[in-house]
Design a protein around this ligand. Structure first.
Ligand code: KDG
Ligand code: MG
Length: 401
């Protein structure tokens, strides 16, 4: 069997997605997600100009070899664009392998390690009462883990909080700007968690995403002030470029730490994992080199008692979510999976067999990944430029986010 054709589909059913389809000489095809939020066309061009010509004629069964070929052969290693493109090829090849074998991909990865994939949802609100009712709506739907994000009084445009029914991190064609105040944030957030614990008791799993906005010592203070509320994790407390920051936070607090949604290689997290500076690794299939490379990261994490908590925002397509669920089901050190339902238009363009029930996602039992893209429907939703916002401090300084 050979790879006979490959094409990149860029569409925007509610938001932008980039998808790779590989077709084989046996008439089997596979799909991979290649969406890099706000930089979609860079990955599409990388695939079309530099990767697809290398794939035609290759044996689709050689997943590891193809991965190594694309990674090592380019000379230029790592980076979000390259690794997202490699991820798309890798994911599509796993899909094909599953279809050839007549098995869902999780079976090829070693079979089930659990009965379902525990997920967390995103609660937020423009007032404390709104936030509490948002948490409550997740609890009512069976969620046992909820991410809690709160508006800070006086700062209405905080990234990661939205009253829209479907969360959208990239709204405008050009970046919008929001103002951020660390003192106001640090003063406000503990009182929010106090209230949520009071209302929902001690066992609901609570998470919070800082979106890389603090310095290590500020994050240490936040972690300490949240200890009474026993979070499952504090996410991206600081930018992860300077990883000693995580050691500093660790020295001060027992609040568990999660990081990794912007990581694209095992080398981004090798030290954080080996030195047990984090508790959850949040890398995901589409941005971290596909199932093959993410499995490598997760196996390293397993050795060091670090659990997984893959990114699962709406800017990762149902193709990525399907792949993530197969991996989540199979690995020994799974922790939690982020789950933000897509817009109805997205679900229509990407028919998929995974389903949510009572706090868990279950991957499809169909051969392969159990997801597809309806290309003629996708063509009705052309690409729209979209960017992530940026943050400034009150004095106008450009800030991390
Ligand atoms: O594209 C960026 C978003 O996916 C990200 O900001 C969402 O932080 C996020 C999360 O935890 O889902
Ligand atoms: Mg996050």
């Amino acid at each position: 069997m050979r790879i006979e054709a490959a094409r990149v589909i860029v569409c925007s059913p509610g938001r932008n997605f980039v998808t790779l389809r590989l077709e084989t000489s046996d008439g089997i095809s596979g799909v991979g997600d290649a969406t890099l939020n706000g930089r979609e066309l860079a990955v599409a061009a990388y695939l079309e100009k530099h990767v697809i010509p290398l794939l035609i004629g290759r044996d689709p069964a050689r997943i590891e070899d193809t991965w190594q070929y694309l990674y090592k052969g380019a000379y230029w290693r790592r980076g979000p664009v390259t690794m997202t493109a490699i991820a798309a090829v890798d994911t599509a090849l796993w899909d094909i392998k599953g279809k050839v074998a007549g098995l869902p991909v999780y079976q090829l990865l070693g079979g089930r390690s659990r009965s379902g994939v525990s997920v967390y949802g995103h609660a937020n609100g423009s007032s404390l009462d709104g936030l509490l009712s948002s948490v409550s709506s997740f609890v009512d739907r069976g969620y046992r883990a909820v991410r809690v994000q709160a508006f800070v009084p006086g700062f209405p445009d905080i990234y990661g909080i939205s009253s829209a029914p479907v969360y959208e991190p990239a709204s405008a064609a050009l970046p919008t700007e929001a103002v951020w105040s660390t003192p106001e944030y640090l003063a406000h957030i503990p009182s929010v968690f106090a209230r949520v614990r009071e209302e929902f008791g001690p066992t609901l799993r609570l998470l919070h995403d800082v979106h890389h906005r603090l310095t290590p010592i500020e994050a240490a203070r936040l972690g300490k002030s949240l200890e009474p509320y026993a979070l499952t994790w504090l996410e991206d407390p600081v930018p992860a470029e300077l990883q000693d920051g995580y050691r500093l936070i660790r020295q001060h607090t027992t609040t568990p730490l999660a990081v990794g949604e912007v990581f694209n290689s095992i080398w981004d997290c090798e030290r954080l994992i080996r030195e047990q500076l984090i508790d959850y690794i949040r890398a995901t299939v589409v941005h971290a080199g596909g199932i093959t490379h993410l499995r490598r990261i997760f196996d390293l994490a397993a050795l060091h008692h670090v659990r997984t908590g893959s990114h699962g925002a709406t800017d990762l397509s149902p193709v990525c979510m399907s792949a993530a669920l197969h991996l989540d089901l199979a690995i020994p050190n799974f922790g939690l999976q982020e789950y933000m339902p897509h817009a109805p238009a997205t679900d229509e363009v990407f028919p998929h067999g995974y389903r949510y029930a009572d706090g868990y996602l279950h991957p499809s039992e169909e051969p392969g990944l159990g997801v597809d893209i309806d290309e003629s429907l996708a063509a009705k939703y052309p690409y729209r430029p979209a960017s992530l916002p940026v943050n400034r401090l009150e004095d106008g300084t450009l800030h991390d986010w």
